[in-house]
Design a protein around this ligand. Structure first.
Ligand code: KG4
Ligand code: ZN
Length: 768
């Protein structure tokens, strides 16, 4: 068995190719060198050289092994996401090993015996400490991964009373903490992991029967810390670390074509329809469901199979009790554990929100459901006569959290083989076929299009509900969720398109702008996939993607035109002279428009994302009720400034509170929105006049705002300017827009390379 192993969890790039025979391994080639912050640039090129030295090609590999840390979060993610892409591309298993085990094996190989302590640098004045016993038979780990203050580790190890030789890059900063007579500093040349150590750790896991499933979807980094936002929440809710749902800890998201995700506004219509079909007497309306989103005491989850909504569950936490509103599974999809998985997700959220018990009502004659709830540990506690609309009695059931759910029911393994049905799902689809991946913010998205820009599949795994309780996107949670979702999202998208890797012409990915820790996951995965399959890589600017979303509305659209790009991170007017030839005419000096919406919603405690919530309230408000400033309206240029408006809104709320006067949320929302829209429309008109443009395109999340769309159409329409607007769902982040931009890059022969690194501030500029 030929194996490629690598680790990027520390400053070291550790790489090796080896041949595994049972529980032993022969090293065929390796490369170990420090490459701080360069892992994404050098990993695959170096891997290529190692394979060359080993004398076999990437397609001859039988497995990939990757270091799961603990280590630098971004470093580990680069290794793990690259490995996922490689393993998926090759259709081989992916195994994880501990980075610290690899260090221990390196020390062992140098002939050291006895007890050693490895102290890896965890930054922020902390370390990852683990003790190992090294004997002639091999390496035995004596404790699990944790993160700790170096002084606490030194104290605990000294109390154990046994001599220890210390290794690990944490000693560079913290050696002085370990000044007990029991401790000796080991050879500094052995402080970091190496490729051969990874291979040895891997076969040691096989020998000990500790091997993981090999499923690239399931492998995740070792996390010993929560994100800061969760850590603060934990303190606020006084939860112990175990009680909190850790982002980044295995969550079996995709089993077969089944995919669970929190309900977003995009799902409410389909969920309402499902409830109508499956539980007509208890069905909620779309409006009522939409109203649930963003509330921080609620949890709603949706199950999709092959893209269709087949189940949903929702509940609310009241005084420490999770009240389940509804659990609903399509009649055709019952008895497959979908209901169990949905209720499990809601129950996990409920616990995070402080619930200890769970309660629900069920019709007394619904024996199947009652038996199901008994199985989860719920008991009958009473009956509510004639509770339901149809006048049926309700049985009240109650139980403790967590629910009794066996791991088999909640987990299961995902199909990871690449789809082997030939040709495309869409009749007449033809090459080039482009797979695009987008992970710049809080959605993991993938899409496949064909040479005519026909969308063969389009998947979005939204994380919004993981962030909404924090009032904004938490970058560390976003990165962890991308790492979890990337494999199911891409594999599902390929399955939906009915294509195999060999049908593809290129793999495209968003290179920037966006959150670096989020971008890194998509970019590393895409590069791993390209390395494995030999497909060319196309790197796309996220903003260019938003522009290209307009081509789906009007396939004949041709520049020149003006585009207004308004999202959570950007506010700009662009003169599109030709596809690929851009001039940014003006942009914001401070906050982006979407950001302003988000901040106002946060100030009102309305949840995240703010745009849809504010615009929903604004519908019922009077846009003239409150006078807010229209910043830079008459500045004579195309620059925007939104922070003053945001401050004016926050001040207004504060003043009302001081006076004990009510804040009329619809009026406030409508007045704020009107101030934003007035400026956007006026400047857009100026841009069209300056360029003589007769066409305007829009893009970005805020382009979904109904008032903006309406006012642009009206005001520009009056002046004979045609306004092109992507469908609502194409305004927010998605991957088909990235694919569309990539198709042109592909035709122009503009390709990325395996050393490309994400760029948080990638500017929109003329390509080529
Ligand atoms: O393009 P996008 O999905 O992500 C970025 O690239 O930033 O845009 C997200 C932004 C968020 O700030 C969200 O509040 C805003 O778009 N947004 C809206 C609306 N829908 C989403 N803003 C105003 N009105 C809306 N209906
Ligand atoms: Zn965007």
């Amino acid at each position: 068995m030929r194996v490629l192993a690598f680790d990027t969890a520390s400053t070291q790039l550790a790489l090796a190719a080896g041949t595994v025979d049972g529980c032993s391994v022969t090293l065929d080639a390796s490369f170990d060198a420090e490459a701080p912050r360069k892992a994404n640039q050098v990993l695959l090129e170096r891997a290529g050289k190692v394979l060359e030295d080993a004398g076999y090609g990437v397609s001859e590999l039988d497995a990939i092994v990757v270091g799961r840390g603990p280590g630098s979060f971004t470093g580990v993610r680069i290794g793990v996401a690259t490995a996922k892409g490689l393993a998926c591309g090759l259709g081989v298993p992916l195994h994880g090993v501990s980075t610290l085990d690899a260090v221990a094996w390196r020390v062992w190989r140098a002939g050291v015996r006895g007890e050693i302590g490895i102290v890896a640098d965890a930054m922020r004045k902390e370390v990852y400490p683990v003790r190992f016993a090294l004997t002639d038979a091999g390496v035995e780990r004596l404790e699990v991964d944790t993160v700790a203050k170096p002084a606490d580790t030194a104290r605990a190890w000294a109390e154990a009373g046994r001599p220890l030789t210390l290794y690990g890059d944490g000693l560079k900063k913290h050696a002085a903490c370990f000044d007990d007579a029991l401790f000796t500093l080991g050879d500094e040349a052995l402080w970091l992991p190496d490729g051969e150590g990874l291979l040895q750790a891997y076969v040691a896991d096989i020998a000990a029967g500790r091997q993981d499933s090999g499923n690239p979807a399931e492998l995740l980094p070792v996390y010993t810390r929560l994100s800061d936002a969760e850590e603060n929440e934990r303190k606020r809710l006084k939860l112990s670390a175990e009680e909190l749902p850790k982002s980044g800890v295995a969550e079996q998201r995709a089993v077969g074509g089944l995919f669970l995700h929190p309900m977003s506004i995009n799902d409410v219509d389909a969920v309402a329809k499902l409830q109508q079909r499956a539980l007509p007497l208890d069905a909620w309306t779309s409006g009522k469901l939409a109203d649930e989103i963003g509330r921080d005491d609620r949890s709603w989850w949706v199950a999709r199979k092959d893209g269709d909504v087949i189940g949903c569950a929702g509940g609310q936490v009241v005084d420490g009790e999770l009240c389940i509103f509804i659990i609903c599974v399509d009649p055709a999809e019952r008895a497959q554990g979908v209901g169990t998985r949905l209720i499990e997700r809601v129950a996990t959220d409920g616990r995070a929100l402080g619930a200890e018990t769970v309660t629900l009502e069920v019709r007394t004659d619904n024996a199947t459901a009652i038996a199901f709830y008994h199985g989860l540990g719920l008991e009958d506690v009473g009956v509510r006569p004639r509770y339901y609309k149809g006048k049926d009695d309700a049985l009240i059931m109650r139980g403790m959290l967590p629910l009794h759910i066996s791991s088999r029911e909640s987990g299961g393994s995902m199909r990871i083989s690449s789809p082997d049905s030939p040709a495309s799902a869409v009749a007449g689809a033809h090459a080039p076929f482009i797979l695009a991946i987008e992970s710049s913010c809080d959605e993991t998205a993938a899409s496949v299009i064909d040479g005519d820009r026909t969308v063969l599949s389009d998947t979005i795994a939204s994380q919004i509900d993981f962030h909404s309780r924090f009032g904004g996107v938490v970058p560390e949670i976003a990165s962890r969720k991308h790492t979890e979702a990337i494999v199911p999202t891409v594999m599902y998208t390929m399955e939906q398109a009915g294509l195999t890797w060999s049908d593809l012409s290129a793999v495209a990915v968003t290179l920037g702008p966006g959150l670096v820790g989020a971008l890194v996951v998509g970019v590393a995965f895409a590069k791993g996939l390209c390395f494995a399959t030999g497909l060319p890589l196309v790197c796309v600017n996220h903003l260019e993607g938003h522009l290209y979303a307009n081509r789906y509305v009007d396939p004949t659209l041709e520049p020149p035109f003006v585009a207004l790009l308004v999202s959570g991170g950007h506010t700009m007017l662009v003169h599109v002279k030709a596809w690929g030839d851009y001039e940014v005419m003006g942009s914001t000096l401070d906050d982006a428009v979407g950001e302003a919406f988000d901040k106002v919603a946060k100030a009102l405690g309305l949840g995240y994302p703010g745009g849809p919530i504010i615009s929903r309230y604004a519908k019922d408000g009077d846009p003239k009720a409150i006078k807010f400033p229209r910043a830079m309206l008459h500045s004579g240029d195309l620059k925007f400034s939104l922070s003053g408006l945001k401050t004016a809104v926050v001040t207004y709320i504060h003043n009302q509170n001081q006076k004990d006067a009510p804040v009329d949320i619809p009026d406030l929302a409508a007045s704020f929105q009107a101030a934003v829209v007035d400026v956007l429309v006026a400047k857009t008109l100026t841009a069209c006049k300056e360029t003589g443009s007769k066409v305007l395109c829009i893009g970005g999340g805020v382009a979904a705002n109904p008032a903006l769309r309406e006012q642009l159409s009206r005001e520009l329409g009056k002046r004979g300017i045609r306004v092109i607007m992507p469908e609502l769902s194409d305004c927010t982040d998605n991957a088909s827009m990235i694919a569309s931009a990539a198709l042109d890059l592909y035709h122009e022969g503009i390709f990325g390379s395996l050393s490309d690194d994400p760029q948080a501030h990638l500017p929109l500029r003329t390509r080529g």
